[in-house]
Design a protein around this ligand. Structure first.
Ligand code: APR
Ligand code: PHB
Length: 392
């Protein structure tokens, strides 16, 4: 068995693991990343694409914002289409100048991977049978790569291995509590090289269900439809998708919509999930390993980034100043922000989707709430403030 030593072993090379690695590298803290998939697989996953200002700032601090600065699209507002009318939420005016940036998670991941390669940092891809041991005392990570067994002896483990990872699953069940809500529908998403229907994102609440018009660039669009969980992606031809999207749009957008061949099509279930606490001795959970939000409001990647901001800071304080304060406060600080983003994502999902089990009374109340939010300055401010991201 090969035995390696490092300060921090990072499990998972998604955005959380890669960003933590980059911030630790900048601070001169020795670490190794262990990922079970191939590099190509990680770099090609398609996920959401809205970055809060605090996420953009963190990527700048990590020194991986060159492409983001050149290709990211700043957005100062979003549209909510309901009652057959579009209502603009002026994010920037409602939040004293804040905005969001449209830049795909796929691109964030690629930028982080390129930076890591250029710095010659150590990563193991295609690691099999990854196990973590002894994390209340002397942490170790074991895995097999290219047929050879490897053990990493480390001081901390960062569990950045996503919802299906092994880190959360390795915690003794009496030390952990999870909270979950599963929604009775999914999002059917397509990516297509056609210009976006509008300069701004349109969140659509319609009698036929929710839809979202988003984008990756001026020439690449991302659209979503709420569909029952029983739907199969094979049953959705491009034509059927465009037809249904048109049916959920207003006449003006329907007219303007440019359709084309899809380059990706998939159905994702919607889930809210939180793990408490997020630290177990010398093991930290971060990103999707600790929490999941439904995509309405695009908080997933941003929450992963705020966990990593707290975690990198805590580790830097520990190694540079010998302070354990950040480490001890990590879980509490993260969870405070996590639950607020969970609430916002749940609320937007609830407000904009059609629930089959909803009574007529509940439906009327929901319409009244939406109407109140859109018509009142206080209501629009609440939405805008959460959408652009709450402060750290
Ligand atoms: N060993 C090593 N790596 C693993 C293991 C394992 N046992 N299990 C999973 N992984 C890897 C996955 O292959 C993946 O590359 O961990 C990585 C986790 O990455 P993500 O799922 O992208 O999670 P995270 O980095 O926290 O990013 C959160 O992703 O799903 C979105 O909305 C979410 O945008 C948010 C972001
Ligand atoms: C996306 O572009 O993929 C996206 C945008 C906004 C959301 C969710 C997804 O709320």
């Amino acid at each position: 068995m090969d035995i390696l030593k490092t300060k921090v072993a990072i499990i998972g090379a998604g955005p959380s693991g890669l960003l933590l690695g980059q911030l630790l590298y900048k601070a001169g803290i020795d670490h190794i990343i262990v990922e079970r998939q191939s590099e190509e697989y990680v770099a090609s996953r398609i996920r959401a694409g809205i970055l809060e200002q605090v996420t953009v700032d963190l990527l700048e601090q990590a020194g991986v914002d060159e492409n983001l600065k050149n290709k990211g699209l700043p957005h100062s507002g979003i549209e909510i289409l309901t009652f057959k009318q579009k209502h603009r939420i002026d994010l920037t005016n409602l939040t004293e100048g804040k905005q969001v940036t449209v830049y795909g998670q796929t691109e964030v991941t690629k930028d982080l991977m390129t930076a890591r390669k250029n710095s010659g940092l150590q990563s193991f891809y295609m690691a099999q049978d990854v196990r973590i041991n002894n994390f209340y005392d002397q942490p170790e990570v074991e895995f097999v790569v290219d047929g050879r067994a490897v053990k990493i002896e480390c001081e901390f483990i960062a569990g950045c291995d996503g919802y299906h990872g092994i880190c959360r699953a390795s915690v003794p069940s009496d030390q952990i509590k999870t909270f979950e809500k599963v929604y009775p529908f999914g999002w059917l998403g397509i990516l297509a090289d056609v210009p976006p229907v509008s300069d701004e994102l349109i969140y659509v609440q319609s009698e036929r269900g929710f839809a979202l018009c988003s984008m990756r660039s001026h020439t690449r669009s991302r659209y979503y439809l709420q569909v029952p969980l029983t739907e199969k992606v094979e049953d959705w031809s491009d034509e059927k998708f465009w037809e249904e999207l048109k049916n959920r749009l207003d006449p003006e957008s329907r007219e303007k919509l440019v359709t084309g061949e899809s380059i990706e099509k998939s159905i994702a279930p919607l889930r809210s999930f939180v793990t408490e606490p997020m630290r177990f001795g010398k093991l930290f959970l971060a990103g999707d390993a600790a929490h999941i939000v439904p995509p309405t409001g695009a908080k997933g990647l941003n929450l992963a980034a705020s966990d990593i901001a707290y975690l990198s800071q805590a580790l830097i304080e520990f190694y540079h100043d010998g302070s354990e304060k950040g480490i001890n406060e990590y879980s509490e600080k993260c969870l405070k922000r996590v639950w607020k983003a969970e609430r916002f994502s749940w609320w937007m999902t609830h407000l904009l989707h059609r629930f089959e089990t909803e009574t007529e009374f509940e439906h009327k109340i929901k319409q009244a709430e939406l109407s109140y939010i859109l018509d009142s300055q206080a209501g629009r401010t609440t939405l805008a403030e959460n959408y652009v991201g709450l402060p750290y």
